[in-house]
Design a protein around this ligand. Structure first.
Ligand code: ADP
Ligand code: MN
Ligand code: MN
Length: 181
């Protein structure tokens, strides 16, 4: 049993797969009542705002997040519930605080184009495409959470993103029915 009135949802996946787009569309698509209880946490920003950056990895061209400090900082937020966590790393949050893990997937050639458009160096594009092909993040999610709370959703276009968001909203409504106030 949980004391949260609203579920915590991780939306994860390889960089460029559409995490932030899905989170933003999800929040916009909630009705006014539900929206007032949910918050999108873009972790790369939150980590910076809360002083949880622990250097810069030159080789991988990305900031290093102090994961312990970040998770400690987010614990009170997650206890409240209604948090939508937007991050490529999904395996650091305690199981007891997470209700659903959505792994967003994307076709490799579409992902390649998106990462090129971001101006990523070739090494970073290759690393992320390999990550998507090897299903690294899906595997991390499965290793860290109960299989029944991990779902995979694919999307390359806006229509499938809408379908995915609709599915997540249906899941939220059913979670609410099963966890009454
Ligand atoms: P992430 O947060 O996983 O890095 P983003 O949501 O920022 O990914 O998406 C990367 C790029 O792909 C953005 O330019 C976004 O507009 C585009 N994009 C993501 N998902 C879709 C989609 N389902 N349909 C069309 N464009 C998308
Ligand atoms: Mn993002
Ligand atoms: Mn990780």
């Amino acid at each position: 049993m949980t004391s949260r009135l609203y579920p915590n949802i991780i939306i994860t996946g390889t960089p460029g797969c559409g995490k932030t787009s899905h989170c933003e569309s999800l929040v916009e698509s909630l009705n006014d009542e539900l929206r007032s209880h949910f918050q999108h946490l873009e972790i790369s920003k939150v980590a910076r705002e809360r002083g949880c950056i622990d250097g810069f990895d030159q080789e991988r061209d990305s900031s290093i997040v102090d994961e312990d400090k970040l998770v400690d900082s987010l614990e009170p937020d997650l206890r409240e519930g209604g948090k939508i966590i937007d991050w490529h790393c999904c395996d650091v949050f305690p199981e007891r605080l997470i209700d659903l893990v959505v792994v967003v997937k994307c076709d490799n050639s579409v992902l390649f184009d998106r990462l090129s458009q971001r101006g990523y160096p070739d090494s970073k594009i290759t690393e992320n495409i390999d990550c998507e092909i090897m299903q690294v993040i899906l595997q991390e999610a499965k290793d860290s959470y109960a299989p029944e709370i991990v779902i995979e959703l694919s999307s390359e276009d806006l229509e499938t993103m809408d379908d995915n968001v609709e599915r997540i909203i249906q899941w939220i409504n059913s979670w609410r029915e099963n966890n009454p106030d």
